[in-house]
Design a protein around this ligand. Structure first.
Ligand SMILES: NC(=O)c1ccc[n+]([C@@H]2O[C@H](COP(=O)([O-])OP(=O)(O)OC[C@H]3O[C@@H](n4cnc5c(N)ncnc54)[C@H](OP(=O)(O)O)[C@@H]3O)[C@@H](O)[C@H]2O)c1
Length: 220
């Protein structure tokens, strides 16, 4: 039975992917700040905040033995408040440092086994600059850049790393009145299944959003 560790799976894309993998016969461990709505014989859940001091210890216990797949789905993003910028710091801790802490906890075990797949959910926003929420695209830029380098570092050791760059996906995270080309959560999970099967270094969906992002970049 293949094993997966999914970080950020009490809701949204992580929750739907967990359900899909369990249906496909995987054994899954999930981590998030909330309890999981899933009850399944092949599922266990740990409650933890990826920015908390005890995260490394909880992750180490949850990742024993080293899983075949680790999927980092945690992400937050809020409009900037220039009178109180603590959320800016938190966004970096959760979106970027949390992912690197996860890789640091998981990749050495995968390298030792000479197999494994680490997948991080970044965003097409990794190419953008935002004056409304500068931290979100900045964390995703660092996220995508870091995983691109990590992918090259681990490839000779039989381990794959994939950066997934989605446009809008229909979850509570997709805020704003204008959400062009928004895809369903089901469609997003379908893309993740392709990523698990093919293990590309980078995967972007929907492809039609790429020229839109390039144009937006020109105007920001
Ligand atoms: N939805 C979109 O339009 C979209 C587009 C492009 C990329 N993405 C990326 O895709 C990923 C998943 O997004 P989503 O739409 O599924 O978001 P979501 O519905 O808000 O789910 C986020 C998950 O992360 C968990 N989480 C948040 N903060 C956490 C923390 N500090 N520690 C542990 N878990 C935490 C949440 O659970 P708890 O609250 O229980 O902790 C939840 O399970 C994110 O990285 C996002 O940036 C989303």
């Amino acid at each position: 039975m293949p094993t997966a560790l999914i970080i950020g799976n009490s809701d949204g894309i992580g929750l739907a992917t967990t359900r899909r993998l369990l249906d496909a016969g995987w054994s899954v461990t999930g981590l998030s700040r909330s309890e999981s709505p899933i009850e399944h014989a092949a599922y266990r859940h740990r409650v933890v905040d990826v920015a908390a001091a005890d995260y490394a210890a909880v992750l180490a216990e949850a990742a024993e033995p080293t899983p075949d797949l680790c999927l980092y789905c945690v992400g937050i993003g809020e409009a900037i408040d220039l009178a109180d910028m603590r959320d800016e710091v938190r966004t970096f801790e959760v979106n970027l440092t949390g992912m690197v802490r996860t890789a640091a906890g998981i990749i050495p075990g995968m390298v030792a086994r000479e197999r494994g797949h680490f997948v991080g959910l970044s965003s097409l926003a990794d190419e953008l600059v935002s004056h409304e929420a500068p931290s979100y695209p900045a964390t995703k830029a660092g996220f995508s850049n870091y995983l691109a380098g990590l992918a090259k570092a681990v490839k000779p050791h039989g381990v794959a790393v994939t950066t997934v760059r989605f446009g809008f996906v229909d979850t509570k995270m997709a805020k704003g009145d204008v959400r062009p080309m928004m895809m369903s959560v089901d469609r997003a999970v379908h893309h993740i299944e392709r990523v698990i099967a093919k293990r590309p270094r980078r995967y972007t969906a929907p492809k039609l959003a790429i020229p839109l992002v390039k144009a937006l970049r020109f105007f920001t």
